[in-house]
Design a binder for this molecule. Structure first.
Ligand SMILES: CC(=O)SCCNC(=O)CCNC(=O)[C@H](O)C(C)(C)COP(=O)(O)OP(=O)(O)OC[C@H]1O[C@@H](n2cnc3c(N)ncnc32)[C@H](O)[C@@H]1OP(=O)(O)O
Length: 169
């Protein structure tokens, strides 16, 4: 079974309020990362129609500060699938409402979610049908990003053993 990429498209829009901001009056990076994980999880559930967990988050590139009073817009969709894994792109924009046209790319990230069955075992997910050429490019280049993650995971196995012991031993 295959599903269009647009079927997982998810948008989250929030006001940036004082409790969301740091002493520079800009959105906390950690708060933005929580928003990214949340919107990506919804996109993954829309594609798989199953339980999902975050397996990994690639780097988050913070490109522009998002100021108090701005509106933050997160767009997410599934951009590549494996057997049970789904790569999700989250694109973050900021908008100053008083200045309607001023919408800027503020951050982006790729995350990997894994679909799980009721016993919490990895579950096969539908394949993807790209809606247009840009989305096709994202799907085609997804295999290379997935390969990078596999290599990183291999390398992190050694770190896993290292971190399993007390740092001060
Ligand atoms: C929405 C949330 O906030 S969830 C909370 C945070 N997340 C968690 O607690 C998840 C904890 N981790 C886990 O439960 C497990 O490690 C899992 C489910 C992610 C993977 O389980 P494993 O037993 O390693 O499964 P397995 O090796 O069969 O891999 C399943 C798939 O996950 C992919 N995968 C596993 N680990 C990673 C990773 N770190 N990064 C990217 N992909 C991964 C595999 O490539 C495989 O993909 P495929 O089926 O498309 O080929």
């Amino acid at each position: 079974m295959e599903k269009k990429m647009s079927e997982s498209y998810t948008v989250k829009t929030s006001n940036v309020m004082p409790p969301d901001t740091n002493n520079h009056h800009t959105l906390y990076g950690g708060r933005l990362m929580a928003y990214i994980d949340d919107v990506a999880a919804i996109a993954a559930r829309r594609h798989s129609r199953s339980k999902v967990v975050t397996a990994s988050i690639d780097s988050v590139d913070f490109l522009e500060p998002i100021h108090l009073g701005d509106v933050v817009i997160l767009e997410a969709l599934v951009t590549h699938t494996g057997k049970s894994s789904m790569e999700i792109l989250v694109k973050v924009s900021k908008e100053t409402l008083e200045n309607g046209t001023d919408k800027k790319l503020a951050a982006f990230s790729f995350l990997t979610f894994v679909a799980l069955d009721d016993d919490l075992n990895p579950l096969e997910v539908p394949g993807l049908i790209p809606d247009n050429e840009r989305l096709k490019w994202l799907d085609e280049t997804g295999e290379e990003r997935s390969e990078h993650r596999r290599h990183r995971r291999e390398r992190s196995k050694a770190l896993r053993e290292f971190f399993a012991t007390d740092l001060f031993d």
